[in-house]
Design a protein around this ligand. Structure first.
Ligand SMILES: Cc1cc2nc3c(=O)[nH]c(=O)nc-3n(C[C@H](O)[C@H](O)[C@H](O)COP(=O)(O)OP(=O)(O)OC[C@H]3O[C@@H](n4cnc5c(N)ncnc54)[C@H](O)[C@@H]3O)c2cc1C
Length: 327
């Protein structure tokens, strides 16, 4: 079969939320190419449960790639499994979500086919029957069009938030099991606990609501004001780079080109100017709310809702209003 194969990601039976975003991207690419899209799910026994969910999408086939050596992630085992699946399925295009895990093993898979991974794509379109992948350069200042050359398969990964999970079309797919041959001796690393399970670590990419604070907050002690709003909303707290550079919040909460790329349903930017390095990390949010005293702040260019005002007045009032509504 030629067409598009989407490699999804899960851990311990929980989806990485970028999986469905990548299914939506794969469906779009397949539609534009007049081809079929399939998806694969990789892991231990938990893949069976998740496969049923994936099979409710408009896909030609759902491949369950199950092996005891895939229960815990290692680059060697995942690269071997995906390579074998790609050789069996023979897709023209293989799409991955651009997760930490994918950054680790997908280039290795692409190399085994003498290809490069076209990474972190924010868009795709089909021109003259072939896809053009869009990637951001220079902290999002330029968009580059990348065309895959040579014979398929071609490999690309898609950026968090560039497609929306809700765009994944419903349908019904046939499920098929694929058991890769993995030799335990070929696995050169011993997996340890994933980093996000470490104490205090936070995965902002999974947050549905984020309240993010910038230099407008003036000093560390004032962060409590924004923290209260996040608490009232059940949101994660994030920040622009100066806040983390100052050590006012841990680095793992930084959003932007040198921090995390997030795609929550709601992103509330408080006292953040909207520098390009910050915008590239959050403009995939579904709804952006900006609170800034400067009506010309660039953040308002990407905001769906803007409040021009002093955050020290607006945020406490908003927190009270949220508390009232949520009881
Ligand atoms: C290579 C490189 C990588 C970078 N990576 C990142 C990154 O990953 N993430 C990131 O965020 N930045 C990054 N930066 C830094 C980036 O260029 C900006 O300097 C930074 O985002 C600015 O942070 P800010 O918006 O909090 O601060 P400022 O730009 O100083 O903006 C503060 C805003 O608060 C407003 N304000 C002030 N007082 C109030 C008030 N009382 N009420 C309401 N509003 C108020 C002001 O009007 C202003 O708009 C990077 C820079 C470089 C060069």
């Amino acid at each position: 079969m030629s067409g598009v194969l989407v490699i999804t990601e899960q851990r311990g039976g929980e989806w990485n939320r970028m999986s469905l975003e990548t299914v939506a991207a794969g469906q779009q690419l397949a539609r534009d190419l007049g081809a079929a899209a399939s998806a694969a799910i990789i892991g231990g026994p938990e893949v069976e449960k998740l496969a049923a969910e994936l099979a409710s999408k408009n896909l030609d086939r759902v491949w369950t790639v199950r092996h005891e050596l895939l229960a815990d992630y290692t680059a060697d085992a995942f690269a071997a499994a995906v390579e074998q699946l790609v050789r069996k399925v023979s897709p023209d295009y293989v799409l991955f979500p651009h997760t930490y895990q994918v950054r680790d093993y997908a280039p290795k898979v692409a190399t085994r086919f003498n290809q490069a991974l076209i990474s972190d794509c924010t868009g795709m379109r089909v021109e003259n029957g072939a896809p053009v992948f869009v990637r951001q350069l220079f902290q999002g200042k330029l968009n580059a069009d990348v065309r895959a050359e040579g014979s398929p398969p071609h490999f690309a990964s898609v950026q968090a938030g560039a497609w929306r999970a809700e765009q994944a079309e419903a349908g019904s797919a046939q499920t098929e099991a694929f058991t890769p041959q993995i030799d335990g001796a070929s696995i050169r690393v011993t997996p340890e606990k994933p980093f996000r399970e470490a104490a205090r670590a936070v995965d902002l990419t999974a947050a549905e609501v984020i309240v993010s604070v910038g230099r407008g907050i003036r000093e560390k002690d004032n962060i409590a004001i924004v923290e209260k709003l996040a608490e009232a909303l059940g949101a994660e707290l994030a920040a622009s780079r100066p806040i983390c550079d100052n050590g006012w919040l841990p680095m793992e909460r930084q959003v932007g080109s040198s921090g995390q790329t997030v795609a929550p349903k709601v992103y509330i930017a408080v006292g953040i100017s909207g520098a390009i390095q910050h915008l590239v990390g959050m403009k995939g949010a579904k709804t952006i709310v900006a609170i800034n005293k400067d009506p010309d702040a660039p953040i308002f260019e990407v905001a769906d809702y803007g409040i021009v005002g002093d955050l020290f007045e607006v945020v406490p009032a908003l927190t009270e209003a949220v508390k009232k509504i949520r009881g």
